[in-house]
Ligand binder design. Structure first.
Ligand code: NAG
Length: 166
C-alpha cells in the first residue's frame, strides 16, 4: 500500500508541470477582482493580453455583483433578460468549453455601461495544415501538444481522484 502511494505521488509530481500548463485558470481583474473598472477598457485590455485555450477557465471574485454570459447583441446593449449563463455567488468559475467569442457582462444595473464587460476570444485548437517544411514542423508540434493535452486532461481526472484516495 505504501509503495503504491509513493508511486502515485511521484506520478503526480512528474505530471504537475503539464497540469499547470494545460489546466489554466485565469483570475479576472487580478487582485481587485470583478468590479466596475477604473477605465472603461480595462477588462478587454486584460483579455487581449492573454491567450485562452479550449477548456481553460475564468474565475471571477466579487461582492454584490454578478456574472453573465450573453450574446454579442446583448453585450452591446449591456442588457440581457435571459443570459446564456448567470451566477451571483461571489465566486464564479466559467469554463471556456469551445473556441470562439464569449461575451461577459455584469448583471448589476449601471455596471456594464461603465465598462464592467469583457469579450474573451478562445483560440481554435489547431491551425489548418500548410505546405511548408517549417509549418509541417509546427503541425507536428501542434499534434504533439494536442496529444499531450488530451492525455493531461485524463491526468487531471486521475489526480482529482487521487486526492480522494489519500
Ligand atoms: C474539453 O473538455 C471536454 C469535457 O471535459 C472534453 O470532452 C474535450 O475533449 C476537451 N477539449 C479539449 C480541447 O481539451
Amino acid at each position: 500500500m505504501e509503495t503504491s502511494k509513493v508511486f502515485v505521488l511521484l506520478f503526480l509530481l512528474s505530471t504537475f508541470h503539464f497540469l499547470v500548463a494545460t489546466c489554466i485558470q485565469f483570475e479576472v481583474g487580478g487582485k481587485s477582482g470583478w468590479e466596475v473598472p477604473k477605465s472603461k477598457d480595462d477588462y478587454n485590455q486584460w483579455a487581449s493580453t492573454n491567450r485562452f485555450k479550449v477548456n481553460d477557465t475564468v474565475h471571477f471574485s466579487y461582492k454584490e455583483d454578478s456574472v453573465m454570459v450573453v450574446t454579442e447583441d446583448e453585450y452591446d446593449k449591456c442588457h440581457s433578460a435571459r443570459p446564456i449563463f448567470f451566477n451571483n455567488n461571489g465566486n464564479t468559475e466559467y469554463k471556456l468549453a469551445r473556441p470562439g467569442l464569449f461575451y461577459f457582462i455584469s448583471g448589476v444595473k449601471g455596471h456594464c455601461p461603465r465598462g464592467q464587460k469583457m469579450i474573451i476570444k478562445v483560440l481554435e485548437p489547431a491551425s489548418p495544415p500548410q505546405p511548408s517544411i517549417d509549418s509541417q514542423k509546427k503541425n507536428g508540434a501542434a499534434a504533439m501538444a494536442a496529444a499531450v493535452s488530451s492525455a493531461t486532461v485524463m491526468l487531471c481526472v486521475v489526480s482529482f481522484l487521487a486526492v480522494f484516495l489519500f
